[in-house]
Design a protein around this ligand. Structure first.
Ligand SMILES: [Zn+2]
Length: 180
């Protein structure tokens, strides 16, 4: 992996983190896009060497819990939803795309244009650190998800994944409020 640099971006009342994606990450994104645009094309994927596939019982339990979580969500019982989420079995890592082997399957002209694009263009990932005013739980998440659900107010507020209370705010806001 090549090194990536971090930047901090000031929004209205809070900051987000910008990370520049590595060459490999950009190629992975381009391969996924290529797959969506090319019916029948499947990237070469692989699991880590020590990967053990989940059992049928794990899959059944996951399905059952997800159903109950959805019901809790509809009932607006976010504490119950979170309790159930913590019971989900670990299904292990997702397979990763083998870039070299996948690129070999793409026609040369298209392959070269993907590689050129990844070399010439910058691609970023924007995240935000949120912290709960109630229980101090902290998490860094994709900023896009936060932005999509931010409809009003000077900063986004969401439900804390740990205590279920609606006091999950940008860490700058948390620090400002806790100082008072
Ligand atoms: Zn909390």
């Amino acid at each position: 992996m090549t090194m990536t640099k971090m930047e901090i971006i000031m929004k209205k009342n809070f900051t987000t983190n910008i990370r520049h994606k590595s060459f490999e990450e950009k190629l992975t994104d381009l391969i996924i896009e290529y797959q969506m645009d090319t019916p029948g094309f499947t990237p070469v994927t692989e699991y880590p060497a020590d990967y053990i596939p989940p059992s049928d019982a794990d899959y059944e339990l996951t399905e059952e819990l997800q159903k109950k979580m959805y019901e809790a969500f509809l009932d607006e019982d976010y504490e119950e939803e979170e309790r159930l989420r913590n019971l989900l079995p670990d299904l292990g890592p997702l397979p990763t795309i083998n870039i070299e082997k996948t690129l070999a399957l793409i026609p040369e002209a298209e392959r070269n244009s993907l590689i050129d694009w990844a070399m010439d263009n910058d691609s970023i990932e924007e995240t935000i650190t949120l912290k709960c005013l109630k229980c101090d739980y902290e998490e860094e998440i994709d900023y896009e998800i936060v932005e999509e659900t931010w409809f009003e107010g000077p900063y986004p507020t969401s439900y804390c994944p740990q205590c279920g209370k609606p006091y999950f705010v940008p860490i700058d806001i948390y620090n400002k409020k806790k100082k008072k």
